[in-house]
Design a binder for this molecule. Structure first.
Ligand SMILES: *Cc1c(COP(=O)(O)O)cnc(C)c1O
Length: 360
């Protein structure tokens, strides 16, 4: 068996030790005589798995007591609708910052439910930078301010936390959650699809301040109502049980490894090494403003785009896969989430240097 270094943006690489543990527990979880996939979500075994996962995530992110942690289905994309449905209350407008592809999708969905005030945009820069706090045109009557801390496709992230006063801050953290500590108390809602930096696809984590729960619009489907989901401990219907379990194994592994401060250090080292390799070469380039460069998703282009296919084919040959850039951007993209080991990043850097020597 040969594992590759997988640079996929999502579903993405999972920690090998977690996969091995899941393999070990696959047929008989802790003497239960069954796989977690076969368990009733209401049985004491799965309830203990679910509760442990929540407790561990709370510990990792130091989630304050007045926040609910939900384990949901529907992906981050469902949150694009759930946020306005649950947070607008009597208000008719929400603030959004547009920093790229995922912001745009969130905005398009919100427009079905309310007036969107574009509080800031990186569009003029080709989404290579994010608007500064001083440039934001915030509406004090907005129901919330939504932003995307890390744009997975463009590889651009906020170097600061937007400040919106009393207006709740809502963050789509799909591609950056668990990559470093965050001060949860600064947010109204943090949500994330699991398939980038948490676990397998099919699970979505939402961390919601209590006062934002219980105000869903009248015709909100039950599956979209935070109050119903929270009231049922994320088990209003059958939850994504196996993905929840696997996410729990990831949380335990992160705690064993020293938590998110340790992750942040490693992630900074990994990203710096790759950006240095790109910046120190005339053959590779990354367009993103240095202050807004993503630690997780690093797009880069080759000086000659005609070599893209050769680069990808030879990289694959070297065990470095899923490096093709998003179809909307082209070039390459290396996603280097928590589970990408430093050796993987170093192997990519070595390959890039060798490729340049032969083709530059
Ligand atoms: C991947 C991604 C999404 C979409 O997530 P789904 O779970 O597929 O709906 C949304 N936002 C960001 C920032 C992402 O990276």
């Amino acid at each position: 068996m040969a594992r590759t270094f997988n640079f996929s943006a999502g579903p993405a690489v999972l920690p090998e030790e977690v996969l091995l543990q899941a393999q070990e527990e696959m047929l008989d979880w802790h003497g239960s005589g069954m796989s977690v996939m076969e368990m009733s979500h209401r049985g004491k075994e799965f309830v203990s798995i679910a509760e442990q996962a929540e407790a561990d995530l709370r510990e990792l992110l130091a989630v304050p007591d007045d926040y609910k942690v939900l384990f949901l289905q529907g992906g981050a994309s469902s949150q694009f609708a759930m946020v306005p449905l649950n947070l607008l209350q009597a208000k008719t407008t929400a603030d959004y910052i547009n920093t790229g592809a995922w912001s745009k999708k969130a905005i398009a969905e919100a427009k079905k439910f309310c007036k969107v005030n574009l509080a800031g945009s990186g569009e003029a820069s080709g989404f290579t930078t994010v608007p500064a706090q001083g440039e934001l045109k915030l509406n004090p009557d907005a129901a919330y301010l939504h932003f995307t801390p890390n744009e997975t496709i463009g590889g651009v992230e906020f170097p600061y936390l937007p400040e919106a006063g009393d207006v709740p801050l809502v963050a789509d953290m799909s591609s950056t959650i668990l990559s470093r500590p965050v001060d949860v108390a600064k947010y109204g809602i943090i949500y994330a699809g699991a398939q980038k930096n948490i676990g397998p696809a099919g699970l979505t984590v939402a961390i919601i301040r209590d006062d934002l729960i219980g105000h869903a619009a009248a015709k909100t489907p039950a599956m979209f109502d935070y109050d119903i989901l929270a009231g049922a401990n994320s088990m209003y219907n059958t939850p994504p049980a196996y993905a929840w379990y696997l996410a729990g194994l990831v949380f335990q592994m992160l705690l064993r490894k020293g938590g998110l401060a340790a992750m942040a250090e490693t992630n900074q080292r990994k990203a710096k090494a790759l950006y240095d390799a790109i910046d120190n070469s005339d053959f590779y380039a990354n367009p993103v403003d240095i202050n807004c460069r993503s630690l997780m998703n690093i797009p880069f282009t080759l000086a000659n785009a005609e070599l893209d296919a050769t680069f990808l084919a030879e990289a694959k040959e070297a065990g470095l896969v899923t490096l093709k850039g998003h179809r909307s951007v082209g070039g390459m993209r290396a996603s280097i989430y928590n589970a990408m080991p430093e050796e993987g990043v170093q192997a990519l850097i070595d390959f890039m240097a060798d490729f340049e020597k032969r083709n530059g």
